[in-house]
Write a protein that binds this ligand. Structure first.
Ligand SMILES: CC(C)(COP(=O)(O)OP(=O)(O)OC[C@H]1O[C@@H](n2cnc3c(N)ncnc32)[C@H](O)[C@@H]1OP(=O)(O)O)[C@@H](O)C(=O)NCCC(=O)NCCS
Length: 173
């Protein structure tokens, strides 16, 4: 689906560009950034695979995918996927890949804008998100944005050989 451009107070949320893939190659292999992501390994992907992924995202009829730009550079990605037109629901994912921007309110500002846009423009009434129990930063962000924890998947993921819990958050129109 064509992802709309969304302007927040300090950032521009825009569809992926081919050159974003070069940044992902750095972010995808950064142990700190990947610490609470579901993928099992931080392996470098071939650039062509990243280009293919951008094309898949553009053709995904159930998802919106964006990069987040500050004034001077691209600093992260955000998505609404698993969009269900009947239930008017979607799942949110976010990565602030530029660690210089952590703790500066980027995720909070971006997610609030995505929620407003989803409700006002995209006909979405319920947004969910999954977050590993140890990912305290992400949980704080969701709560600041108005999400409530509405579930817990006990021992549902494997992280470094241990089974861990995943929390489910949701927000309603
Ligand atoms: C988690 C993440 C999205 C947070 O983004 P961010 O832009 O740094 O978050 P914000 O600056 O909006 O933070 C909002 C609040 O959470 C707190 N916070 C953020 N990261 C934190 C952390 N690692 N530990 C504790 N608190 C944290 C902030 O201090 C702030 O609290 P305050 O308002 O009381 O000061 C970012 O660290 C990230 O992309 N991490 C890697 C990828 C990831 O884990 N994605 C989520 C997968 S579910």
């Amino acid at each position: 689906m064509k992802s709309p451009i969304i302007k927040t107070e300090n950032y521009i949320i825009r569809p992926f560009k081919k050159e974003d893939a070069l940044l992902w190659q750095v972010w995808d292999t950064d142990v700190e950034i990947q610490a609470h992501m579901p993928e099992p390994k931080n392996e470098l992907q071939k650039i062509q695979e990243q280009y293919d992924y951008i094309e898949e995202c553009e053709n995904d009829e159930e998802g919106y995918y964006w990069s987040i730009d500050s004034d001077e550079k691209t600093i992260g990605t955000v998505s609404l996927t698993e969009i269900d037109d009947h239930h008017k629901s979607a799942e949110l994912g976010i990565v602030i890949g530029d660690k210089n921007f952590w703790g500066k309110g980027v995720a909070t500002e971006v997610i609030k804008s995505i929620i407003n846009n989803a409700i006002q423009e995209l006909n979405i009434e319920y947004i969910s998100a999954e977050v590993e129990e140890a990912n305290i930063g992400m949980q704080k962000v969701f709560i600041k944005c108005g999400f409530e924890q509405d579930g817990k998947f006990i021992n549902s993921r494997v992280k470094e050989g241990q089974r861990i819990n995943v929390l489910h958050f949701g927000i309603n129109k």
